[in-house]
Write a protein that binds this ligand. Structure first.
Ligand code: MF3
Ligand code: CO
Ligand code: CO
Length: 288
């Protein structure tokens, strides 16, 4: 139980209209941190330094990081570079991807955590403000995007926004997944199945699992007052992932590039209230 309010049969908490303001404060901080980190992403920068900057910004706002101490995780962000799908650990050597190495070799790593020209990266930040959780992630590019990177980022962002368009009372969680999957697969890219979005609000991860694929009309029915994330991971190649020996870093098995965007949203009487929009307009990937 999460204080007052009720829960659906599926264990999904229904929040009150007043609770949107708390979520907006938390979401705005997480989003502002992602706005401010953009200028610090460049070739030669390290993921450790990006994470240090993020932690400093969380502290300066007198907020808390939701990820530090979460299941033993020790950082204020996840930074996932190239074929890392999610949960990349700041400061760890960056896994080499296809263009740098043969796909046969087992998980070779770079010497360090320095970004190089053309790297694409997802930065995922979750903060707690007055007990409310704001969880959001975006894509960045160090230097100039190469090959299909720009297209992948564009498709992933569009997929997230199409998923959000399916958010309204009476639709189902399957409708969200269906909107995302059909769009992504029409672009001949694939949706990751091994990780999903989640309910959040006064807790970090709560029911339901928000799948980024599925059949229209399947799953729980959306109701006003549900708060959750949508955070599709899209691969240029196949959808399968594996987790590296550090027990966190998830990579594409075929070493194809992967991208992700995440918003925290609430269901209103007729649509979605997005808690994590970028005030600086940097949510859209065309800054590259
Ligand atoms: N922010 C991630 C999410 O979108 C969760 C990160 S958990 C961590 O749900 F421990 F890896 F940081
Ligand atoms: Co999330
Ligand atoms: Co997140």
């Amino acid at each position: 139980m999460i204080g007052k309010g009720r829960q659906t049969r599926d264990g999904i908490h229904i929040y009150a209209p007043d609770d949107h303001s708390g979520m907006h404060k938390a979401g705005a901080l997480a989003s502002q941190i992602l706005d401010e980190i953009a200028e610090h992403v460049f070739p030669g920068q390290t993921t450790a330094e990006l994470d240090r900057l993020i932690e400093t910004k969380v502290d300066a706002a007198a907020a808390q990081s939701a990820t530090i101490g979460y299941r033993g995780y020790q950082h204020a962000s996840c930074i996932s570079v190239n074929h890392v799908v999610c949960h990349g650990i700041p400061g760890s050597p960056i896994p080499k991807w296809k263009k740098e190495t043969s796909a046969q070799k087992e998980d070779p790593m770079r010497a360090d955590d320095k970004l190089i020209d053309g790297d694409l990266l997802n930065i995922d930040v979750t903060v707690i403000v007055d007990g409310w959780f704001g969880d959001t992630s975006r894509m960045y590019v160090a230097g100039k995007p190469k090959g299909f990177a720009k297209k992948l980022i564009q498709v992933t962002h569009d997929a997230l926004m199409l998923g959000i368009e399916a958010v309204k009372p009476g639709n189902t969680f399957g409708d969200i997944g269906h909107a995302i999957q059909t769009y992504v697969e029409r672009q001949r890219m694939s949706v990751v199945r091994d990780f999903c979005g989640h309910g959040l609000g006064r807790v970090f991860h709560s029911p339901p699992n928000v799948l980024h694929y599925g059949r229209a009309g399947s799953g729980p029915v959306l109701e006003e007052g549900m708060f959750f994330t949508i955070e599709p991971m899209v691969n240029l190649g196949r959808p399968e992932t594996k987790v590296l020996a550090d027990d966190w870093t998830a990579v594409t098995r075929d070493k194809s590039l992967s991208a992700q965007f995440e918003h925290s949203v609430g269901v209103t009487s007729d649509g979605a209230d997005i808690f994590t929009l970028s005030k600086a307009g940097l949510y859209h990937p065309t800054w590259t």
